[in-house]
Every structure is written in structure tokens, then in C-alpha cells.
Design a protein around this ligand. Structure first.
Ligand code: GLV
Ligand code: GLV
Length: 318
């Protein structure tokens, strides 16, 4: 019987259909990744692995699993995977595009509004019993309506975010490797990275993490942004030089940041962002609606069934 290893305790109803034809080993601990040693041990004789973005798929792992046919990654991003090594070992890699687009764009939009209107700060004050009454500038933030919004990375999520801006009469700029028809149809304008930084009141990072985009948001980038600007990141933590962003916030180089991703997750109390004002920090929940997570799991399971049954993967990463 072919063996499938699942590195997190995902919905048992969704994996039930795998159990009919395959041996399925599931790592049952919910919030802790499968330790590396255990992962290598479990997958030695595996034919398929359903992985999380916290699992590293590299040469060591692939060389250790000679029967492996597919790695189905429960994420749209795949920067945890060495694609060249997978190709050498003839292992199919799949991700979960499309099913999470609207959900992730929705969180990005939420983050922008929350940051602009000091929602968390206001809530924190009230919950602490420290609201002393209405006054004209109390918790007065900035409007999103009518502003310039710059989107770095105009893929499906960037375009879904841009579509939501139409009700806000925004001036939309974007920076991308190539022109996006979806973005152009919304009246968005392709600009250089520098122009995006200089002109935008809100800058959203929605790009995949690559060698080109890594650490793109550094001191120099934050210095080019408006002092009134907010930076929102739903891509990957490593798009940002985190110490530089902490410094930009502390020195008022930019007005606020809303982040759903960090270079080394999870971050703890000793991280430079902790305790800073004007920062909205979320624990990587971009695609976390129940329906979307279920759709992502189903897509992983269907990709695995296709490949192990000799078919073609539904959403291969090329
Ligand atoms: C989440 O970050 C994803 O890549 O799906
Ligand atoms: C605020 O509540 C207002 O009425 O302006």
C-alpha cells in the first residue's frame, strides 16, 4: 500500500477519502510543526507528502525519500521548497492557488483599514478601561478613500485587492515583473518600484518571495516612502528587513505597518516589532477562513490522489 505523510492535523473528514486506498500517517500536534528528525524518519518510505509552509523541502529530504512522487504544499507560496532539487528527483510539487485569493485579499484589505483608523489601538485602550471620553482628535487616523494605493506584486491576490479598491475611488499604482491586464482594466498604472514607494499612501506587498524580491523593503525603501504612509505585508516576512522596518516605525519615517508574515515564524516577545505603536501584527492568517482552509486541504488531497493514481496534478508548480 502506498504511504502518504501529512505533516499537520488537518480535517479528518477531508483525509478520510485517502484512507480507503492508502496508508496515511498524520502528525497529530496542531500548532507545532513535525520536528525535522521525525519528518525525515516518517517520509523515508512515503509516496506522497502533504506539507505546510513551515516544512523545508530540500535536497536532504528528497534524497531520503526515494519513492516520493508528490509534495502537496498547503499554501500558495512555495518558497519553503527547492524546486530545482524536486525537479532532479522527479517529484511533482503542487500548491493551492486561486482557492485562497479572495480570502487573502480580504485580510489585506482589513489590515489596511485597521492600520489607517488605529482600530487595534482604540480597542486596546477601551478594553483596558482607559477611555476618558470623546474628543476631536482622539484616535483620529487617516482616510483610505481617495488615496493612492501601491501594490507590489500584481498576481491574483494583488488584483483581487485592487478590485476592492474601486469603492474607495483610489488611485492605484502597481509594480510587477510584467503588465497585468486585470490591473490595467481596473485603471491601475504600472510604475517603477521607486515611484510606487514615493507616491503611495498605502503600500501593499503581495508578491511571491524570490531571490529578486527578498529584503526588497529595506531602510532605503522606507526612506523613500511618505511619512504618512502605511505599509501592509501579506507576502512573506523575508520581503522585509525587519530591523529596518522597526527603525522606520520608531523614527516616524512611515506612519504605520500591518504585517501578517515574519521572517522567522512564530515570532516571540523578544522580536523588535513587539511593543511598537502603529504596528498591526497578525499570526499569518491570510487564508484562514474555515471554508478556504477546507478548500485548500481538498485541493492538496485531490492533487495527491491524481498523482498516486497515475493522473496529472491539478495545480502543479512549474
Ligand atoms: C500562505 O502564506 C500561503 O502561501 O498560502
Ligand atoms: C461622530 O460621532 C459624529 O457624529 O461626528
Amino acid at each position: 500500500m502506498k504511504k502518504i505523510v501529512i505533516t499537520r492535523n488537518i480535517n479528518p473528514d477531508i483525509i478520510a477519502k485517502l484512507r480507503k486506498d492508502f496508508e496515511v500517517a498524520v502528525w497529530e500536534e496542531d500548532q507545532k510543526p513535525m520536528p525535522r528528525g521525525k519528518f525525515l524518519e516518517e517520509t523515508k518510505d512515503a509516496h506522497a507528502v502533504l506539507t505546510m509552509l513551515s516544512d523545508k523541502i530540500d535536497e536532504e529530504f528528497l534524497a531520503n525519500a526515494p519513492d516520493l512522487k508528490i509534495v502537496a504544499n498547503l499554501a500558495v507560496g512555495f518558497d519553503n521548497i527547492d524546486l530545482e532539487a524536486a525537479h532532479r528527483h522527479e517529484v511533482v510539487i503542487t500548491n493551492t492557488p486561486d482557492v485562497l485569493t479572495e480570502t487573502t485579499a480580504e485580510l489585506a484589505f482589513t489590515m489596511m483599514l485597521v492600520s489607517a483608523r488605529k482600530v487595534l489601538e482604540a480597542n486596546k485602550e477601551l478594553m483596558a478601561g482607559e477611555w476618558s471620553g470623546w474628543s476631536p482628535y482622539h484616535m483620529a487616523g487617516t482616510d483610505v478613500f481617495g488615496k493612492t494605493v501601491g501594490i507590489f506584486g500584481m498576481g491574483s491576490i494583488g488584483a483581487a485587492f485592487a478590485r476592492r479598491l474601486s469603492g474607495f475611488k483610489s488611485n492605484i499604482l502597481y509594480h510587477n515583473r510584467s503588465e497585468s491586464e486585470a490591473a490595467n482594466a481596473l485603471g491601475a498604472k504600472l510604475v517603477s518600484f521607486e515611484e510606487l514607494l514615493r507616491e503611495s499612501d498605502f503600500v501593499l506587498c503581495a508578491a511571491p518571495l524570490t531571490e529578486e524580491t527578498k529584503h526588497k523593503f529595506d531602510r532605503e525603501a522606507f526612506e523613500q516612502m511618505k511619512e504618512s504612509a502605511h505599509f501592509i505585508n501579506i507576502g512573506r516576512g523575508a520581503h522585509v528587513v525587519e530591523d529596518d522596518l522597526a527603525e522606520a516605525i520608531k523614527s516616524g519615517k512611515i506612519a504605520g505597518a500591518a504585517l501578517d508574515v515574519f521572517e522567522n515564524e512564530p515570532i516571540g516577545a523578544d522580536h523588535p516589532f513587539i511593543g511598537l505603536d502603529n504596528m498591526t501584527l497578525l499570526p499569518h492568517i491570510g487564508s484562514a477562513s474555515v471554508a478556504t482552509r477546507n478548500n485548500m486541504m481538498n485541493l492538496c488531497v485531490n492533487n495527491i490522489m491524481e498523482v498516486l493514481n497515475g493522473g496529472t496534478p491539478i495545480t502543479p508548480v512549474k
